[in-house]
Ligand binder design. Structure first.
Ligand code: NAD
Length: 439
């Protein structure tokens, strides 16, 4: 008997470990996270099963195999995807990512995410996403150009200003969009700038696009302050990620009077209780390549910085930062989700118990896709707006989005994330019902 007990305890421990590992793995899976939020919202809406089936299923998935001549004369075949999740409210809209580990499942989930984001932003787009399995750091510019052009040619009949409008995402940029636009235009026998967004300004890009996501974060943060009777000058902000979204949000918020007390990067974090000089920090990073050793702040542990007492925490780096492990230790009143999927589904519940006011990603970071919509509109008009007009219209839509989500939450007695998903599902379902099923 004495040999049985230890063995069974060990076995139990192993089992427990495996179960908790599995739970942790599942918590970090963004597709399961999106599914969890969809389920809660659909249930609260009392949505019928059939409609749920339509909303869960992408309307089209395209896989292409792209033969490309490499610089050394070898022929390689790359795999590319384009998923159009929904076109109920307008053409599909969403980025194109280049990465070695892109999967169809990932692209499918990201495409549905775009459907909900465009619906919350109330812009006339559905959701789409694309990906090509490749390692951009191992490719020359000319190889990247050939991959991009052949990918575009292979999905040509499925994209277009009225069908599906790609944009940059992970490892793709303005140059990739310029090649896509040119390839489409050559086949189309006319310059068609509105086929992609995120283009260079000289090729039909929009003013204000670079700052749009960070600006959108600031706009919704200001709306939250109004709700709580707070002033920017009294508001301490901690921002994780000093890239496009976090850097622009920090710059604009500091200029608007917020006290940005901490910036967290993967290799270091800065702290100044009186607020950092963000313009000077930008200069410092430009000169040294890092935020570290900035003279106007103390260096602190980036892992601990997340738990600093503050009014607003703005995660703008990556997904799965606020988890069941980190959420209990947070010390903030408001979370503005600049990044996509920074909070896991189990962390949602913890934040609710702590009474944190969360502005969810599909609302908080919708500024980027909103100005992409403006770019598409300007391209189709052939008339370009000044930056002030872009910013005014962005403010109008972000404020409307914030108001719609919070009102929806108040009416239905749910938190902002569930409210945002309910609003999105409701809007897309309404469009489907109005259009009817074509058979
Ligand atoms: P980016 O690459 O410009 O910036 C990300 C920054 O975060 C980098 O400076 C990086 O060093 C830092 N970072 C990475 N890992 C980190 C870590 N563990 N801790 C602290 N810092 C870390 O990317 P971005 O365009 O700013 O995007 C950031 C997030 O916002 C992503 O989730 C993206 O999907 C989302 N987003 C971006 C846009 C947009 O318009 N760029 C729009 C919507 C959502």
């Amino acid at each position: 008997m004495s040999t049985v007990y230890p063995a069974s305890t060990e076995a139990q421990e192993r089992e427990t470990l495996t179960a908790s590992d599995l739970a942790w793995e599942q918590e970090l899976n963004p597709w399961l996270a999106a599914e969890a939020r969809f389920n809660i919202a659909a249930e609260r809406l009392g949505m019928d099963e059939g409609l749920q089936k339509v909303l869960r299923t992408p309307s089209r998935e395209i896989t292409v195999y792209i033969p490309v001549m490499m610089d050394d004369g070898r022929i390689e075949v790359f795999t590319g995807y384009r998923v159009q999740h929904s076109i109920a409210r307008g053409p599909a809209k969403g980025g194109l990512r280049y990465a070695p580990d892109v999967t169809l499942e990932e692209v499918r989930a990201l495409a549905s995410w775009m459907t909900w984001k465009c619906a919350v932003a109330n812009i006339p787009f559905g959701g789409g996403k694309g990906g090509v399995i490749c390692t951009p750091s191992l490719l020359s510019q000319s190889e990247l150009e050939r991959i991009t052009r052949r990918y575009t040619a292979d999905i040509l009949e499925f994209i277009g200003p009225e069908k599906d409008i790609p944009a940059p995402d992970m490892n793709t940029n303005e140059q990739v969009m310029a090649w896509m636009m040119d390839t489409y235009s050559m086949h189309n026998r006319q310059t068609t700038t509105a086929v992609v967004t995120g283009k260079p300004l000289d090729l039909g890009g929009s003013r204000g696009r670079k700052e749009a996501t960070g600006r959108g974060c600031m706009i919704v943060a200001l709306e939250a302050l109004k709700k709580f009777g707070m002033k920017p000058e009294e508001t301490r902000v901690v921002i994780q990620g000093f890239g496009n979204v976090g850097g622009m949000a920090a710059m604009l918020m500091a200029r608007a009077g917020f006290k940005v007390i901490s910036i967290i990067e993967y290799d270091g974090a800065l702290y100044n209780a009186n607020g950092l000089d963000i313009d000077a920090l930008m200069e410092h990073r430009k000169e040294t390549g890092s935020i570290n050793e900035f003279p106007g702040a103390d260096s602190i542990d980036p892992h601990e910085a997340l738990y600093l007492p503050c009014d607003i925490l703005l995660p703008a780096a990556k997904e799965n930062v606020i988890t069941s492990r980190t959420a209990p230790k947070l010390n903030c009143k408001i979370i503005v989700e600049g990044a996509n999927g920074p909070t896991t589904a189990p962390a949602d519940e913890i934040l609710q118990q702590k009474g944190v006011f969360v502005i969810p990603d599909i609302l908080a970071n919708a500024g980027g896709v909103t100005v992409s919509y403006f770019e598409w509109v300007q391209d189709r008009q052939g008339y370009f707006w000044n930056e002030q007009l872009v910013n005014e219209r962005l403010t109008e839509l972000m404020v409307e989005g914030f108001s719609a989500v919070t009102k929806y939450g108040d009416t239905h007695g749910v938190h902002n994330r569930t409210a945002a998903y309910m609003l999105a599902l409701d809007r897309v379902a309404f469009a489907i019902k109005l259009r009817g099923l074509y058979a």
